[in-house]
Design a protein around this ligand. Structure first.
Ligand code: AMP
Length: 288
């Protein structure tokens, strides 16, 4: 695996590779890699000649200073895992490479999607995500971009960004299903901040989403949402939202005759966790 620290060096190398006809798959991450990230790498390795992973903790997408400060950093272990997964290139930029002096952030016109759910509870978060992904796509110019369904709303936002910026002409967005522990807990870098007791409690997230999925045809949407909030609060979670929503717009669902997704965000002992489950088909299978 080749490691690049500057935008110019990685762009130059990838342009040379492209000129020889090689295809490029790209997996942007913030590091603290786990099997969820590696499933994105694995899909990219299967589908492209070269796989590029970036590790960059993007300050502009953190609306909470404490979350940024406590974000786990495990770079040596990350490098070992990437080598083990046959990743070809690691891009490890400094903040100055991504946002050089004089860099002026664009405003991305995302519409309603950035006002709701994560957008509501994390103001500015999706503008930050778009800034970094747009800049990384400019540097890497991949054929395929791999993102995880774990961050469901982010998948919608990034797909929109790629359309808005016209990058869709050269880059295809590929969404990979959420990788879970055998007990169902969605893998997340933030799980590293939980002890065993807290991890056990965190299982309530997928239990409530599964309960919603099992009972969607027999119970009202309001009752299902209320049931989930109550159960999570009982476990000690502070709940931001439990939402049964249209799977494309993420607007609250009033009827069940549409593609639906259940989304949850809740904080356990200072660690904010999110998860989601499609209720009637959709992205569950890898689109390989
Ligand atoms: P992050 O490092 O949290 O920014 O995540 C980098 C990429 O990995 C994003 O596209 C995430 O959606 C994806 N990802 C994170 N956790 C998982 C998971 N458990 N399963 C699949 N993809 C994931």
């Amino acid at each position: 695996m080749v490691i690049f620290k500057t935008a110019q060096a990685v762009s130059h190398y990838l342009l040379q590779q492209k000129a020889t006809g090689k295809t490029i798959g790209f997996v942007p991450t913030m590091g603290a890699l786990h099997a969820g990230h590696l499933s994105l790498i694995e899909a990219s390795v299967q589908q492209n000649d070269l796989t590029v992973c970036s590790i960059f903790i993007n300050p502009t997408q953190f609306n909470n200073a404490s979350d940024l400060k406590h974000y786990p950093v495990t770079i040596e272990k990350d490098i070992e895992q990437l080598i083990g997964a046959s990743c070809s290139v690691l891009f490890l930029p400094s903040e100055n490479e991504i946002y050089p002096e004089g860099y002026v952030a664009k405003h991305y016109n995302l519409g309603e999607i950035e006002q709701i759910l994560e957008g509501f509870y994390r103001p500015g978060h999706f503008q930050g995500v778009c800034q970094v992904v747009d800049r990384l796509l400019q540097i890497i110019a991949p054929d395929n971009l791999y993102i995880g369904q774990k961050d469901y709303q982010q998948c919608i936002v990034i797909s929109e960004l790629v359309k808005l910026t016209g990058r869709g002409k050269e880059t295809r967005v590929i969404i990979i299903p959420t990788m879970r522990e055998t007990n169902g807990l969605a893998m997340s870098s933030r799980n590293m901040r939980l002890n065993d007791t807290q991890k056990q409690k965190a299982l309530q997230l997928i239990e409530e989403l599964s309960f919603i999925k099992e009972n969607i045809h027999t119970t009202t949407i309001n009752d299902l949402q209320r049931h989930a909030v109550t159960a999570l609060e009982k476990k000690g979670f502070q709940v931001d939202y439990v939402s049964i929503a249209n799977a494309e717009s993420l607007q609250p669902a009033r009827s069940k005759e549409q593609p639906l997704v259940a989304l949850v965000a809740a904080t356990l002992d200072g660690v904010r966790l999110i998860d989601n489950l499609l209720l009637n088909g959709g992205l569950e299978k890898p689109n390989r």
